[in-house]
Ligand binder design. Structure first.
Ligand SMILES: Cc1cc2nc3c(=O)[nH]c(=O)nc-3n(C[C@H](O)[C@H](O)[C@H](O)COP(=O)(O)OP(=O)(O)OC[C@H]3O[C@@H](n4cnc5c(N)ncnc54)[C@H](O)[C@@H]3O)c2cc1C
Length: 441
């Protein structure tokens, strides 16, 4: 450290500091990594100093925001973690219809701040996910089919590049960097310090929840997959297939319209099987945010997934059901998220987010508590992923999976080549790198 000209600034946590254990924790507690230092940046200058310090000390870097990377790509052993989570202010320019959001914001406080002004952005459902990782990889949630992906609402970014310089990108200036920041994945080109988003007025929404018993699972999957991606785009929905032991399947969704219209739109779904519960109600948008916040806090998990471009055949659905019958953990599940609508109106090459034509995406979810449960669950989810490969096309960069060998194709399809060019321009020395980062060559 003595050979460095640049001093670290911000809140700096070293391994012998009392806050180190908390500072190194990842949302996925399957991982336990020991960085050389963690810098909680409070100003843009702290980010610049940290990048320069890392270069001068030949220390590998990871950018971090909400700590939700599935493969813990935002933390590392013996390197520097440049954490932006203490830069989380929101500046609304309501007349312009935009908000400048610092790169460390997390979703629930952000939604609450915007809701107080009667607006929102179409982000994800988990309250603690960070705006940075979510936006840079795409970002979908319960408003996606009407308002697009979060990255489709991104208008500009400010980023510290590999030389420690502040770079601005919008439609006119460094437009290639803005293109890459719309779905090219976090951690690849530099450390983003703020985003400018288009905001949308929001008030009440209509929401639904339907539950069926396990024997209806096949019929419900068949009906949902031909309905959810094509129904009125003001309705975004999810379907959750639980294990046979848990014994149920459920669907829920959010509609930007009246309750009676939603009742009407739901008819094909409520006619499938014998629903044991159908609930439709109108609530303030912020209550819907809390309703869909699902899932536990930090825990051990291995999730992966796949885009579905064409309705799954009977054989494919039988494969899903088989894996839910033999699941080693009762709490494992498969979650289907409807897409199309606004997502498909943008051509795949227009932004780095490639999978615009998919009907929906499936997430294979496994979680456990004790270490001896890890191996059976990880094997199960990998076998499930492999067994479904012949029916699906690619997956989401924000659900990275270290087992995917041809990840450039799976995450980015034909857009990978352009991403390499952007990488070469903004980080030719590959300072920002990790197991599945975009390479400059
Ligand atoms: C419980 C849970 C729920 C989720 N729900 C959704 C959902 O509803 N919709 C959805 O689309 N996705 C969802 N995801 C996936 C989520 O989008 C990704 O995990 C995302 O990468 C998390 O971003 P983060 O900032 O929280 O994580 P981090 O681990 O901090 O970062 C993720 C990646 O971005 C990089 N990064 C972080 N900050 C910056 C920065 N300032 N500049 C450049 N790179 C940076 C990191 O280096 C890392 O590679 C969910 C994930 C979890 C664990």
């Amino acid at each position: 450290m003595a050979d460095s000209n640049t001093r670290l600034t911000g809140r700096i946590v070293f391994p012998d500091d009392p806050g180190y254990e908390k500072a190194r924790m990842d949302f996925n507690t399957r991982f336990s990594k020991y960085p050389r230092v963690i810098v909680f940046c409070q100003r843009v200058q702290d980010v610049i100093n940290a990048v320069k310090w890392a270069r001068e000390n030949d220390t590998p870097i990871r950018a971090r925001c909400g700590r939700h990377s599935y493969e813990a790509f935002s933390i590392l052993n013996n390197g520097i973690v440049i954490d932006v989570s203490e830069m989380d202010r929101v500046f609304l320019e309501k007349r312009k219809g935009t908000a400048t959001i610092q790169a460390g914001a997390t979703l629930l406080p952000l939604y609450k701040a915007l809701w107080r002004k009667g607006v929102t952005i179409p982000g994800g459902t988990c309250p603690t996910v960070g705006i940075s990782g979510l936006t840079l990889g795409g970002g979908f949630g319960m408003l996606t089919r009407k308002m697009g992906l979060l990255c489709d609402n991104l208008m500009a970014i400010q980023m510290v590049n590999a030389k420690g310089e502040l770079v601005y990108a919008d439609r006119h200036v460094n437009s290639d960097l803005l293109w890459a920041s719309r779905g090219g994945g976090g951690g690849n080109f530099g450390i983003v310090t703020s985003f400018v988003f288009k905001v949308h007025p929001i008030s009440n929404v209509a929401v639904y929840n339907i539950t069926w018993d396990w024997p209806d699972a096949k019929e419900v999957v068949k009906v949902w997959q031909d309905w959810a991606p094509f129904v009125d785009e003001r309705l975004t929905s999810i379907l959750e297939l639980f294990t046979q032991k848990a014994g149920r399947i459920s669907s829920s969704g959010e509609f930007l319209g009246q309750e009676d219209q939603l009742q009407y739109l739901l008819k094909p779904l409520t006619a499938a099987g014998k629903p044991i519960q159908v609930k439709v109600q109108t609530i303030p948008y912020i209550e819907a945010v809390l309703k869909f916040d699902g899932g536990p806090g930090p825990h051990k998990f291995k999730n992966t997934g796949a885009y579905v471009y064409h309705s799954l055949s009977d054989a494919a659905i039988n494969t899903l059901l088989y894996y839910m019958e033999i699941s080693p953990g009762k709490d494992n599940s498969i979650q289907f998220q409807s897409l199309r609508g606004a997502v498909s109106k943008i051509p795949p090459a227009k932004t780095a987010y490639f999978h615009r034509e998919a009907n929906y995406i499936m997430q294979y979810i496994t979680q456990w508590k004790t270490d001896n449960e890890e191996s059976p669950n990880v094997c199960w989810v990998e076998k499930l992923r492999q067994s479904m490969l012949k029916y699906v096309d690619g997956t989401y960069v924000n659900w990275p999976d270290i087992f995917i060998k041809n990840w450039p194709c799976a995450y980015y399809g034909a857009n990978y080549r352009e991403l390499v060019k952007v990488k070469r321009k903004y980080d030719p020395e590959n300072l920002f790198h990790f197991a599945q980062s975009i390479r400059p060559d």
